[in-house]
Design a protein around this ligand. Structure first.
Ligand code: ADP
Ligand code: MG
Length: 375
């Protein structure tokens, strides 16, 4: 990101010198659809981020523009019950309104946003935006809000203003990320620890399809998980064991959903053990098993994702490959030998294009730090 250009554009637009803050996107190495079941996840922040240039205003208005999308957004902090916006301004509005609702007093601000996270690709540009805006607003107002609280406010904005009932993972990792580390998060207690990545390197590949089912099926899976845990007499699937899931009388489809969650939680803990033992081969196998479970038990994959994973697994430098995110399109994460990254990126793009007729995108990501002020 060209911070000098962002600064110049801010000065041109608003006539003042901004402070600039950044919050990263993320990858989830393993632990898919476990967060909304109080389970374990193992995400890492990436070196692509959303930047928020901001300066204090004397009134209580937040005026926001984005380099990436159209529109000037005006939000009045003294009108907290204003209807949720339909455009990208809803994330700014949600974070601002909810920060004040929790009890922090903000000031008005001029804001200019720019991101190098691809939007809507499953790298969580929305969480990065929420965390970056929350951090910027808190910083220029001079109030202390800790990172976990920022993450919770971002999640609440996602729920109440964007209508996406996502877990805490995306905002959590955008707020807490550490270079060269994944973060093991227990979504029930919110206890977490940083796990050194032992030289693991990742390439993300975007199928460039998003099937319409994605949002409705996401919400349906949440309901199926809740139904399964109710039948099991648990407050969430986190408390269920594999034998309980196997033996309890329940519809088969619910049994498969629950089995994915229970086995995926175990895979996350095994992945942490593999990293602690510098065993990237084992980590790769767990990533492969995660995809198979998402495909067969949770049924959130699609033909393009399976094709992309299949191609990756045939590549000699790839130790593991799986779909990430809600499913029905979006990205795969690939654990790749550092020396094989270029060859892999080239061949997966070519073979996926040949097999599907769709041009994919390949993102060469490194693991980076969480939210911070840049200049
Ligand atoms: P993802 O989080 O996977 O990237 P979402 O659909 O959840 O996908 O979030 C993408 C939305 O977030 C965009 O449509 C836009 O409304 C908002 N957004 C993200 N980044 C920016 C940005 N740089 N400028 C303005 N809006 C943004
Ligand atoms: Mg999002």
């Amino acid at each position: 990101m060209d911070l000098e250009a962002l600064k110049s554009q801010f000065i041109e637009t608003y006539g003042e010198v901004p402070r600039i803050f950044r919050a990263p996107g993320r990858v989830n190495i393993i632990g898919e659809h476990t967060d909304h079941n109080d389970g374990f996840v193992l995400p890492a922040a990436i070196d692509k981020a959303t930047y928020v240039a901001a300066a204090k205003r004397e009134d209580r208005l937040i005026i926001a523009r984005s380099v990436d999308l159209e529109g000037e957004i005006s939000i009045d902090l003294d009108d907290p019950n204003a209807e949720a916006r339909a455009d990208w301004g809803k994330y700014v509005q949600g974070v601002a309104a909810l920060t004040e609702q929790v009890g922090y007093k903000l000031t008005g601000a001029d804001i200019l946003i720019a991101s190098d996270i691809p939007l809507g690709a499953g790298l969580s540009s929305s969480a990065a935006l929420e965390v970056a805006v929350g951090f910027a607003l808190r910083s220029i107002a001079g109030v202390e809000i800790d990172r976990m609280e920022l993450a919770k406010i971002g999640q609440a904005a996602e729920h109440k203003y964007a209508g996406v009932m996502s877990g805490i993972m995306d905002q959590f990792v955008s707020a807490h990320g550490q270079t060269e580390h994944a973060l093991l998060l227990d979504c029930r207690s919110l206890e977490w620890s940083a796990v050194p990545l032992a030289g693991a390197s990742f390439v993300l590949c975007n199928t460039n399809v998003k099937h319409d089912l994605a949002d409705s099926e996401y919400n349906r899976r949440r309901m199926e998980c809740d139904a399964a845990s109710a039948i099991l007499g648990k407050s969430s699937l986190r408390g269920a064991t594999l034998s309980e899931v196997a033996n309890k009388d329940m519809p088969n489809v619910l049994r498969r959903r629950a089995r994915h969650v229970v086995t995926e939680n175990a895979r996350v803990l095994n992945a942490v053990a593999a990293l602690e033992n510098n065993d990237l081969g084992r980590l790769g196998n767990l990533i492969n098993e995660s995809h198979n479970s998402l495909r067969d038990d949770f049924e959130v994959s699609c033909a393009e994702l399976d094709t992309m994973v299949g191609i990756a697994r045939r590549h000699p430098g790839v130790m593991g490959s799986r779909m990430i995110g809600g499913g029905f399109g979006g990205c795969t994460i690939n654990l790749v030998e550092p020396t094989a990254r270029d060859a892999f990126s080239e061949s997966i793009a070519r073979e996926y294009r040949d097999e599907t007729g769709i041009e994919p995108e390949i993102y060469d990501v490194n693991i980076g730090d969480g939210v911070a002020e840049c200049i």
